[in-house]
Design a binder for this molecule. Structure first.
Ligand code: G3H
Ligand code: 13P
Ligand code: NA
Ligand code: ZN
Length: 312
């Protein structure tokens, strides 16, 4: 069945890789993720936002995640798979997800004060741990959109706060802000995208071995941006987080890296290609299958070249 992230993260940090956390919104994306992970023998986190849960329905989400476990087994793979709530916004939401079969939850109270963030994260951690569920909290604020909250500027995580935060809250992993951001428009063409790896290194000295999480880590592949434009879409040229930076982070105490946007871009590019090349097509299977395969192939490449979790 689904597992929590405890052993996944311990193994990842011992062996110097990061577990991929890919967001899904439907069956095709779930299949793309699990097929990629199973083919590469990588642990994987199926990540579901509040919005994705509203879209699929709270009864469907755990069914799809449990089906993912069966799909992997059916492919002859015994990779660990977690179902994780992305950017949980309240204790009530986290509790409901746990009741509905999530094996891991995030409580994102990072926009509150330090004290309130600790109190909210601790409340979730106590409930979750009583149910065998692991908890991710966040300290610092990413620039860009986080569900309904939009921040103009990064508020980088302050290394001197992390030790007290993880001890007082009792959470199992910590999302930090070191220059990543959500969405497709992280950096403009011509920018030199750099993460604050010095802050990451300082955080690691404060909480050695503690699992760190990077949100907003899509690389925004030029291939998908140009496909979307070629096949009638409108999207600004943008740059994401370079693979090289993520590769370095994966070798550190970063145990989980979140990618949502790249999957959306791959999926959209695939659908648009079919619609433009074969405008007579109206069988959903004929445009969703190539879309799913673009997503799966992208994730496979990412697991192998960036996460380092292949065959883990
Ligand atoms: O961090 C946000 C994730 O990309 C989820 O996005 O709330 O639109 O599903 P969403
Ligand atoms: P991206 O928008 O960079 O894919 O980030 C996803 C994320 O952090 C989900 O929580
Ligand atoms: Na790591
Ligand atoms: Zn995020």
């Amino acid at each position: 069945g689904l597992v929590n992230t405890k052993e996944m993260f311990a193994k990842a940090n011992k062996e110097g890789y990061a577990v991929p956390a890919f967001n899904f919104n439907n069956m095709e994306q779930m299949l793309a993720i699990v097929e990629a992970a199973a083919l590469k023998g990588s642990p994987v986190i199926l990540q579901c936002s509040g919005g994705a849960r509203t879209y699929m329905g709270r009864t469907v989400v755990p069914m799809l995640a449990k089906a993912a476990v069966d799909v992997a087994r059916d492919m002859g793979s015994d990779i660990p798979i977690a179902l994780h709530l992305d950017h949980g916004s309240s204790f009530e939401q986290a509790k409901d997800c746990i009741e509905w079969g999530f094996s891991s939850v995030m409580i994102d109270a990072s926009h509150h004060s330090f004290e309130e963030n600790i109190a909210e994260s601790k409340k979730v951690a106590e409930y979750a741990h009583a149910h065998g569920v692991t908890v991710e909290a966040e300290l610092g604020v990413l620039a860009g959109i986080e569900d309904e909250v939009e921040a103009e500027e990064h508020i980088f995580t302050q290394p001197h706060e992390v030790e007290e935060f993880v001890k007082a809250s009792g959470v199992d992993s910590l999302a930090i802000s070191i220059g990543t951001s959500h969405g497709a428009h992280k950096f403009k063409p011509g920018d030199d995208p750099k993460l604050k790896l010095d802050i990451l290194a300082e955080i690691e000295t404060k909480i050695p071995g503690f699992p760190i999480v990077l949100h907003g880590s899509s690389s925004v592949p030029a291939k998908f941006i140009s496909m979307i434009k070629e096949f009638g879409g409108e999207i600004k040229d943008a740059i994401g987080i370079p693979d090289e930076q993520l590769r370095g982070a994966a070798k550190s105490a970063v145990a989980k890296i979140n990618v949502d946007t790249d999957g959306r871009l791959a999926f959209t590019a695939g659908i648009r290609e079919v619609f433009v090349k074969n405008p007579k097509e109206f069988d959903p299977r004929k445009y969703l299958t190539p879309a799913k395969n673009y997503m799966r192939d992208f994730y496979m490449e990412k697991i192998e070249n960036v996460f380092g979790s292949e065959g883990a």
